[in-house]
Design a protein around this ligand. Structure first.
Ligand SMILES: [Cu+2]
Length: 353
């Protein structure tokens, strides 16, 4: 009897400790719509009058984001060697939640950001390196960084909530496994922290490297600008139709490698179709041997992989979601394939190390 009473007391203590922990992450703006669906996003809107008083230029976009620059930009961190020869890569990531991004012409949206952009920086390391993230939360809400990959529990960015107004946390782990992984904020309501833009790509190169290629990152994402838990825009790399209007220049007979990550919130699936070609596909990028040779992949949220292909014939080729609703709301782009003879090879670009 005494034993069972003690067990019940111990379990209730555990229960309350656990629910208090979770409760600390919750914001209480859960409500039911007219149609009966439960909205968990807060739909918080910045007061423009108050914000303009603080900063007269507030109603203008505060986010400078160039999808063409983001496409081939890799952040290798501040590199040093530990006494045992291990490479240490240090990154400083600052979270903010008061940034304004023009997510489509004339549509200004309050995004929540890592280092001021959506997506955040592409963090890149080699398998076995030590990755150290000096995380500073300058936002007005709690935020964290949750990396996919392998690391200790306390580095998982879920229970160690980093407080607003300058809270700090240092994430440190061994880079691995090789592949392409997302990182994102994991504070509740997680769907809002994601759909507002708190995510990015983390690439772990295999120790033996991969063949030289023209490499790029595509984050498939969207924005719910009217807070009805449906996306209003879709894109590869945030800006609808960007790569259709600004085709990605590539060369014939040159290996193209795309790290693709689906971060679309609310919709169960996203997909990608490449025109007039097929590609080798490495799900999660964890194997050096491709699993598929295809022209179409389907991805649920945070599902990702590496695509490799070459174009033989010059010309313009579409790539887009074969979920037509998504492509018609912006998730469509063009590869302009140039004849390799008169183009400087992209693989000669020094991406740093
Ligand atoms: Cu967050």
């Amino acid at each position: 009897m005494i034993v069972s009473i003690s067990v019940i007391i111990a379990m209730s203590a555990l229960y309350f400790t656990f629910t208090e922990d979770i409760g600390a992450q919750q914001e209480d703006n859960v409500f039911v719509t007219h149609s009966g669906s439960i909205i968990k996003t807060t739909g918080e809107i910045i007061d423009p009058v108050y914000s303009t008083l603080l900063d007269p230029e507030y109603t203008e976009s505060t986010v400078e984001f160039d999808p063409m620059k983001y496409l081939r930009e890799f952040n290798y961190g501040k590199v040093s060697q530990l006494p045992d020869g291990t490479t240490l890569r240090e990154f400083t990531i600052i979270a903010e939640d008061d940034q304004i991004m023009e997510v489509s012409p004339g549509v200004f949206f309050n995004v929540w950001t890592f280092n001021g952009t959506v997506p955040g920086p592409t963090i890149r390391a080699t398998e076995g390196d030590i990755v150290r993230i000096n995380f500073i939360n300058n936002g007005s809400k709690p935020h964290t960084m949750h990396f996919h990959g392998i690391h200790p529990a306390e580095m998982d960015g879920v229970f160690e909530i980093v407080g607003q107004g300058g809270g700090r946390f240092t994430y440190e782990f061994i880079a691995g496994p090789a592949g392409v992984h997302p990182y994102h904020c994991h504070v509740m309501p997680v769907e809002e922290h994601i759909v507002r833009g708190m995510y990015g790509v983390y690439i772990v190169d295999p120790k033996e490297g991969r063949p030289a290629a023209d490499e790029m990152v595509m984050v498939l994402n969207g924005f719910d600008t009217d807070f009805d838990t449906e996306n209003n825009t879709y894109a590869a790399n945030s800006i609808p139709f960007f790569y259709q209007n600004n085709p990605i220049q590539i060369n014939t007979n040159e290996l193209i490698r795309i790290y693709v990550v689906n971060m679309v919130e609310f919709d169960p699936i996203n997909n990608l179709h490449l025109h007039a070609n097929l590609f080798d596909y490495y799900p999660t990028g964890t194997s050096l041997v491709p699993s598929f040779y295809t022209d179409m992949i389907t991805l649920s949220q945070t599902e990702r992989g590496i695509m490799e292909f070459e174009y033989e014939y010059p010309g313009k080729y579409l790539f887009h979601a074969h979920k037509i609703e998504f492509s018609e709301k912006g998730w469509v782009g063009i590869f302009q394939v140039n004849d390799n003879l008169d183009q400087k090879s992209q693989t000669e670009i020094d991406y740093g190390n």
